[in-house]
Design a protein around this ligand. Structure first.
Ligand code: AMP
Ligand code: FE
Ligand code: FE
Ligand code: ZN
Length: 287
């Protein structure tokens, strides 16, 4: 693996059609090259299916591709996403977990669809799955309810049937944060806490949560994201320094015209040194 070129931008958080992004992995890499992003991580939600195609495309461009995933983990409130970065495109234990988790999500979606039928609002399970490029979830079922004329919008579908207390709701057990960190590390990966604000806790509480996770092997937190304001970024940078965590970040790009542009990691941007540090950590873990 090449190290980051000092000349280009670094973007360590992006999505493709393998999860909820609009660009194929190849198109993402081409867009990255056009945007002068020289180090790119593909971090699809709970799948690494887009990584091989992205690597192939990156090999034909001046782009260094870091294989990665964004895992949704179980927390009592708010939501927590952990990014896992790897030295290889198919870390074996992580891939085995993702495969099994995908199957559990399909089984759960089928159960939700059965409940909807019993409630008198049937949708076609195969069509729901066909709408889901990657892992199937409630948003896909909501869209099917709208398409079938049972609901007026996604929000309506969640309000009437699919919310956590709704009549068609079926739960889903994800990994705990500590389990996810262990899984990532066991395959030589580096675990980074994405958008820490989504935990929905006060700064002091976040500080102790990050400290606890750091003690269990968390490797970094996202310090550079375009939606942060300056005080927020400083707070996360201080946290990273206090617990010797890597300061990561990225655009969380989902597609042209959606959210922030590819390569936009805020001001100041994610430094190339961060990518070098990540690559060094991956190389060390692999040894
Ligand atoms: P799932 O992983 O299948 O449980 O679906 C979770 C996704 O559903 C979340 O990422 C949200 O995008 C969406 N979602 C969850 N609750 C609601 C809600 N009450 N209203 C609208 N969307 C929701
Ligand atoms: Fe997403
Ligand atoms: Fe996320
Ligand atoms: Zn993301």
């Amino acid at each position: 693996m090449r190290t980051a070129s000092a000349a280009g931008l670094v973007d360590l958080h992006t999505h493709t059609t393998a999860s909820d992004g609009d660009l194929s992995p190849r198109a993402l890499v081409e867009a990255a090259a056009a945007a002068e992003v020289t180090t790119l991580a593909v971090t699809d939600h709970d799948t690494m299916a887009g990584v091989p195609e992205a690597m192939e495309a990156a090999a034909q461009r001046a782009v260094t591709l870091i294989p990665a995933v964004e895992l949704s983990v179980q927390v009592p409130r708010g939501s927590m996403h952990l990014l896992g970065y790897f030295a290889e495109p198919a870390p074996p234990q992580v891939c085995r977990y993702l495969e099994a988790a995908g199957q559990r999500r399909r089984d759960r979606a089928e159960e939700i669809v059965a409940r909807l039928a019993a409630l008198g609002v049937p949708v076609d399970f195969d069509e729901v799955c066909a709408q889901a490029a990657g892992n199937v979830g409630r948003p896909h079922i909501a869209d099917a309810l709208v398409a079938a004329g049972h609901c007026s919008s996604r929000a309506d579908a969640f309000r009437r049937y699919l919310n956590d207390h709704g009549p068609a709701y079926v739960g889903y057990e994800a990994l705990t944060p500590v389990e996810a960190i262990r899984l990532i590390r066991d395959d030589g990966g580096v675990a980074v806490l994405a958008h820490p604000y989504s935990l929905g806790v006060r700064p002091g509480e976040l500080m102790s949560a990050v400290q606890r996770l750091a003690a269990r092997g968390l490797g970094g937190i996202e310090v550079h994201r375009p939606e942060y304001d300056a005080p927020q970024r400083r707070r996360y940078a201080r946290m990273a320094a206090a617990f010797r965590l890597l300061g990561g970040g990225g655009s969380d790009f989902h597609g042209p015209g959606r959210g922030y542009a590819l390569g936009n990691t805020g001001d100041p941007p994610l430094p190339a040194a961060a990518a070098d540090r990540l690559q060094e950590a991956l190389a060390t873990a692999a040894r």
